[in-house]
Ligand binder design. Structure first.
Ligand code: 1GP
Length: 247
């Protein structure tokens, strides 16, 4: 099974997935081995690699290490077409559906296509919807797009449904890395109930309860970046935290 098929299978078995997002720019390289040990012991099922601005060589170095030292599938989560490494297992081929910047809707995909054709990477077309989070996130700044209003559930749903109709295989609801507010649970629920493709949720989730809440609302895969970056013991200590969200 390829990675997309594994995600579909997990969804049909109601098995929830967890990706740790590693931004090569923020890695403390001298502590990488220790970090990889922690990842191997964590409940993560996938490693996502990428960031809004990352140099291709650093991305390549990190993926080489990941492939040597973990067994988890490594999926590129690119900020732009320079972030492609043939050593990864797959790439989320993103289209920033919430924005109206043609570069992130189609131009970068056109630039990436011939490069991807020369690799064996599994290309997974993914609709990417940025939701307003209460602070300006790097995705919004770098992509020069406006996130969708977190109250406008109808617009978010219509965007997700359009993305599904366009043939996207996954739908990513993103509050942005380091978001003050994560994607509202009601929004996750509405989207998950009204599209058939798997739903990824990330941005601003800082504790295990937040992960569980997103799963309960219908997320198939949750992405954790900053919380693990700031604290590599996250999955050990987070178990003791009990913070319930009210939205
Ligand atoms: C960002 O969804 C990911 O693209 C993860 O966000 O860094 O806030 O966990 P955090």
């Amino acid at each position: 099974l390829n990675i997309h098929q594994q995600i579909l299978e997990a969804k049909s078995n109601e098995q929830k997935l967890l990706a740790i997002l590693l931004d090569p720019d923020k890695i403390e390289w001298e502590k990488l081995d220790d970090l990889l040990l922690k990842i191997n012991k964590s409940p993560a099922t996938h490693i996502f690699v990428g960031g809004s601005i990352v140099k291709a060589t650093i991305l390549e170095d990190l993926i080489t290490q990941l492939k040597q030292k973990t067994n988890l599938p490594v999926v590129i989560f690119p900020g732009d077409p320079s972030q492609i490494s043939p050593q990864a297992d797959a790439i989320l081929f993103l289209s920033l559906l919430s924005g109206r910047n043609p570069d992130y809707l189609i131009e970068y995909q056109v630039q990436a296509a011939p490069i991807l054709k020369k690799t064996n990477l599994e290309v997974i077309s993914t609709g990417y919807i940025l939701i307003e989070s209460g602070n300006e996130t790097a995705v919004a700044r770098v992509s020069k797009t406006k996130p969708l209003n977190r109250e406008n559930l109808d617009l978010v749903l219509a965007t997700a449904q359009a993305g599904e109709m366009l043939g996207n295989k996954l739908m990513y609801l993103e509050a942005g890395s380091g978001a003050k507010n994560a994607v509202p649970l009601k929004m996750i629920q509405l989207v998950a109930q009204n599209i058939r493709i798997p739903v990824i949720v990330g941005g601003g989730i800082t504790d295990l309860q937040g992960i569980q809440d997103a799963y309960n609302a219908g997320a198939d895969l949750v992405v954790i970046g900053t919380a693990f970056e700031n604290n590599s013991h996250f999955f050990e200590v987070a178990a003791n935290q009990k913070i319930t969200r009210n939205d």
